[in-house]
Write a protein that binds this ligand. Structure first.
Ligand code: KG4
Ligand code: ZN
Length: 337
């Protein structure tokens, strides 16, 4: 008998995504309809606009992944949906759609925490989840998590204010570089001098595993009146270096404290090349390996949701149709640790 087919829907923010996985190891189809262009005129995601876009696009992406997978809805063994965290009105669309498909096909619904999707994405396609220290750095989250194995997680620390990606987005907005901010800030930083502006490394030496990035963004704002357009590259380089410095320092320290030999990085900021270089270098010095999620898995997608659903063997057979959306950080993910 072939492994079960899971169809997952992800609509927690501004990406309408669907994927089909066969067991935990074989991706049969994946499609992402990005709304970035729609939201870029506002400099950030507008929830009401996002939910309307999800509503008009979800059937298209489901049709696309079924075609890629060469299967029909009736072949699917379980339907998964992101129940949180995320924008309430956006989550509702994908979740209600996945639940509706599950009911119509007489198959179970699997509720997936979006953070678990990111958390496991560096291991995408692997049957087993190894022990690791995980750094989740996205537009909505910045977390350090100790992973013992699938479903066994301990939250070590998180941002107390802005997420790392959010800081990139806000600084990009201040500098008129557009949304999402990560790619243009990274590009400008490559041309700039990171040492020119002294910017704060908040909580770098706080002794815990938490982060804070809002003071850094404010420091950039206070520098603006004293700078000209030609200083943008140096500002971006200084800002990026400050973010990377804190992330690298705290991720390596967490791995050392938890005695893990592997750091697993996921989320959109995981695409940042400076972060990749500096983390690899720092971890190598400590004999720690680093595994980054593949670039196409770093930003929001449904393949990571399907993979997390496939990894949650403890839920086999249990229907989670009654699980409601939960827009705030799902503490349920870490309760079992
Ligand atoms: O994982 P993701 O899709 O968002 C959430 O689930 O929240 O990641 C999007 C975030 C945005 O904040 C974006 O600016 C950031 O990832 N990002 C980057 C880069 N590419 C995307 N940040 C820094 N450097 C990049 N190259
Ligand atoms: Zn995400």
């Amino acid at each position: 008998m072939s492994p079960p087919l899971v169809l997952a829907l992800e609509t927690s923010c501004d990406e309408t995504a669907a994927a089909v996985m066969e067991g935990a190891t074989r991706l049969r189809g994946s499609a992402v309809a990005s709304q970035a262009a729609t939201h870029s005129v506002y400099g950030g995601v507008v929830p009401e606009v996002a939910s309307r876009e999800h509503l008009s696009r979800w059937q298209g992406v489901v049709g696309e992944v079924l075609a890629q997978s060469d299967c029909r809805l009736s072949d699917i063994d379980a339907f998964a949906g992101t129940t949180g965290p995320g924008l309430a009105s956006a989550l509702l669309v994908g979740c209600s759609a996945a639940k509706g498909l599950a009911l119509a096909c007489g198959r179970p619904f699997i509720a997936v925490n979006h953070i678990e999707g990111h958390l496991l994405s560096p291991f995408f396609g692997d049957e087993e989840i190894p022990a690791a220290t995980a750094l989740v750095v996205s537009g909505g989250h910045t977390l350090l998590v100790d992973i013992e194995g699938a479903g066994r997680y301990r939250l070590l620390g998180r941002t107390l204010d802005d997420a790392a990606g959010e800081a990139f987005d806000k600084v990009a907005k201040l500098l008129g570089l557009g949304y999402p901010g990560g790619p243009p800030v990274e590009e400008a930083a490559r041309r700039g001098d990171a040492a020119r502006f002294a910017l704060p490394r908040s909580m770098k030496c706080s002794g815990d595993h938490d982060f804070s990035f809002s003071g850094l963004k404010t420091a950039v704002r206070y520098l603006l009146p004293q700078t000209a357009e030609g200083d943008t590259d140096d500002l971006c380089a200084g800002f990026q270096e400050a973010v990377v410095d804190v992330l690298v320092h705290k991720a390596v320290r967490a791995a050392r404290q938890c005695r893990r030999r592997l750091i697993a990085v996921s989320g959109g900021v995981g695409l940042n090349r400076r972060l990749r270089e500096r983390l690899e270098e720092a971890a190598r010095g400590e004999g720690i390996a680093v595994r980054f999620a593949e670039p196409w898995l770093c930003t929001d997608n449904a393949a990571m949701v399907a993979y997390a659903a496939a990894q949650r063997r403890r839920n086999d057979g249990r229907d989670e149709l009654g699980v409601d959306i939960s827009p705030s950080l799902g503490a349920d993910l870490f309760a079992a640790a």
